[in-house]
Design a protein around this ligand. Sequence first.
Ligand code: COA
Length: 320
Amino acid sequence: MDISIRNINLDTDIQGIREAHGDDDHWGSDEACYSSSKTSLENGFFIQVATIDGKVGGRDEKNVGLAEATIDGKIAGRDKKIVGHAEATIDGKIGGYDEKIVGHAEWVISNEPCQRFLYLGMLQVHTEYQKRGVGSKLIDSGAAYAKENGCTFLRTMPNIESGSMIFYHKNGFIETKDRNSTLTLETMSASVESAVRIDKVPFFAVNKLPFMVGLYQHASAHIWKVFNARHEYDRRTVYSYSIGESYINIGAFEPTERASVACWSKALTHELIKEILAVGGSLGYKYLNFCILDENLTCFNSFDYNTSPEHDVFMERLII
Ligand SMILES: CC(C)(COP(=O)(O)OP(=O)(O)OC[C@H]1O[C@@H](n2cnc3c(N)ncnc32)[C@H](O)[C@@H]1OP(=O)(O)O)[C@@H](O)C(=O)NCCC(=O)NCCS
């Protein structure tokens, strides 16, 4: 099987990408897939597709014309009668059917306060084409992109149930674990003073400000997209606000007493944390989940938080 990797073409690839995702298609419509991919591209994400020669599963010709043959139709009362037609076809390459999309990968460079890495947010190979090297080729292509862009490692959060950890191990990834913590809001009585509700955190904040408090995936730009770019059709609860030059997202993935927090800010102060807690509490949440780099954890010491013994598992591969 001759596998090629290329960058996404938004105008022609959407249907093929959704077919590659099969039953795992989480967009639900071509429009949603298009809009999500477009937002990603506009914000510097790197999206690849893996393709094979489309004649295997697709069409090898394209209809480009129709000719009708007619005779004098006076007998039937009409002035002409169609007695035959011929279709003209050409090699389908002109129509874009010379390849079939069998894999899809979405990456984003994450600029954390002390590291720059390439995060793999999505990877999918068409079920009929799995275990034939497609996924590995997408990873290698991502690694080349990471190297060109000064990243020191690749990172992803594997779907443990799917068995994909074996795939990542075989592609040079090793496991790492991340600290996952919970803040209890019930003991807080701070008021919301300077928080200003905004439509969404502007993407420039992600590039300009360190990612001080994150979510489990711990890739700032990816989290930004999860919270800010897709909620039009995700029906995810999201509350975004700014406090001075700090930007905060509070989101919940389902109706629950827990929310998750992401914060981009120059500095994580005691006052800022209090404001984050107050907004979360005013929204009716009892707990806020967050993830934070170890060196910043002391900021939270005077608050009621606990670090879960359950860690999130990541897979990382160094770029050499
Ligand atoms: C995981 C996935 C991307 C792998 O892609 P793929 O094209 O099948 O992988 P490759 O053919 O490049 O496999 C490379 C190696 O990993 C092994 N491998 C791949 N998937 C595996 C699995 N689920 N369980 C065990 N081994 C697996 C292959 O057998 C191969 O081993 P080999 O080198 O000894 O022959 C693909 O199976 C997939 O899309 N799965 C569903 C979605 C998913 O889990 N995505 C990952 C999100 S975390």
